[in-house]
Design a protein around this ligand. Structure first.
Ligand SMILES: [Zn+2]
Length: 224
């Protein structure tokens, strides 16, 4: 079964959740390492969840929206070209099919028939590489990213909520690494890649992020 068509959404969901876990766990650990009271740690974590989710949404909206604008402009331009010089466009399309392995005669014939059926569709698909499923939907992408981030961020927050004192750092770090490993394995499985490799990579960088903020919290906690 082909998997690449759903890898886009899956990838976005996994990236969002990974981000949510790593950034919130790091934040909580950093604040906790500075020997802050439990309420301060929770407050920082909740604020981090909302800040991160909103920032993901805004970033995703802007990036997908500009991609959609680019695609729209490209399609408009192609429409104009098809009107102005259909003969040139026919040979342009035929050349693309020839490059993909068809004989010159057959390529021309295919181009003619596809253009008779839906000229703009054939050009946007085969020349511009824009397919309908890839067409950008910015609002949906923004909500989706923010939600995946929030779901990821809720995990270390829950771990922090249920732990107290000096154990909090270890409980949050340990459970977050487990969440990251599970997420990496699920993502790799669904994407058809090797599960172990995917989780190891995420685990490694997640652990580094948490250790770094723990260190920062420790240093600044001592200073402030
Ligand atoms: Zn064209």
């Amino acid at each position: 079964m082909h998997r690449s068509h759903r890898v886009g959404w899956l990838r976005a969901a996994v990236l969002g959740a990974n981000d949510g876990i790593v950034s919130t766990a790091s934040l909580v650990i950093g604040v906790a390492a500075a020997e802050s009271p439990h309420e301060a740690v929770m407050l920082a974590g909740v604020a981090g969840l909302f800040a991160g989710a909103l920032s993901m949404a805004a970033g995703e909206y802007v990036s997908v929206h500009s991609q959609a604008d680019t695609e729209k402009a490209d399609i408009e331009l192609e429409k104009q070209h098809l009107q102005d010089d259909p003969e040139f466009e026919l040979h342009e399309l035929a050349a693309i099919y020839e490059n993909r392995g068809l004989d010159a005669d057959l390529a021309l014939k295919v181009a003619e028939q596809l253009m008779a059926h839906d000229a703009l569709g054939a050009h946007t698909r085969d020349e511009l590489g824009i397919t309908e499923t890839m067409s950008a939907r910015p609002l949906q992408a923004a909500i989706f990213s923010a939600a995946s981030f929030a779901v990821g961020a809720a995990l270390p927050l829950a771990a922090a909520w249920f732990s107290t004192g000096r154990m909090m750092i270890w409980i949050v770090a340990g459970s977050s690494l487990v969440f990251l490993a599970l997420l990496g394995a699920v993502a790799a499985q669904a994407g058809g890649a090797a599960p172990l490799k995917g989780s190891m990579r995420v685990l490694f960088w997640g652990a580094i992020a948490m250790a770094a903020t723990a260190l920062v919290g420790r240093i600044f906690g001592a200073v402030v």
